[in-house]
Design a binder for this molecule. Structure first.
Ligand SMILES: [Zn+2]
Length: 135
């Protein structure tokens, strides 16, 4: 290895180098090519970040209740993991539903995006209440 290459690698923390060695060992053992690994790793990273974001949103959402417009019971939000196709013609990504009545609201936005929107809406309506603007 050339000195310039070694210097660039020395910019990584030892624990990152160790993790990389472990990943490379796993790739070699399972005969996984870099061409297979890189897209998977990018998707995995994105999925993990979305999961962490969702967890934070859910913890915020735990403090508020979004009520069913029909029966006023708390609504549930779920992710639709079926890709757009025969089983999901319109490409829905999330669903808000009521467990006590038939209310359903499908969305092409991710559950995270829907949750963010609901939290913003809820925050705004709470501000209106505290400002005395709500009837
Ligand atoms: Zn309902």
């Amino acid at each position: 290895m050339k000195e310039k290459q070694a210097n660039e690698l020395m910019g990584y923390a030892p624990r990152d180098i160790i993790s990389t060695l472990n990943v490379l060992r796993t790739l070699k053992k399972n005969k996984i090519t870099l061409g297979e690994f890189v897209p998977w790793a990018k998707a995995y990273k994105k999925e993990r970040e979305l999961m962490i974001e969702r967890r934070e949103l859910i913890s915020q959402a735990g403090k508020v209740t979004i009520s069913c417009p029909k029966c006023k019971m708390p609504l549930q939000l779920t992710t639709i993991n079926i890709p757009k196709g025969k089983q999901n013609v319109r490409g829905w990504k999330s669903l808000i539903f009521c467990i006590s009545c038939t209310y359903e609201s499908y969305s092409r936005h991710s559950a995270n995006k829907v949750l963010k929107k609901l939290l913003r809406k809820n925050k705004k309506s709470q501000q209106e209440v505290s400002n005395g603007n709500c009837v």
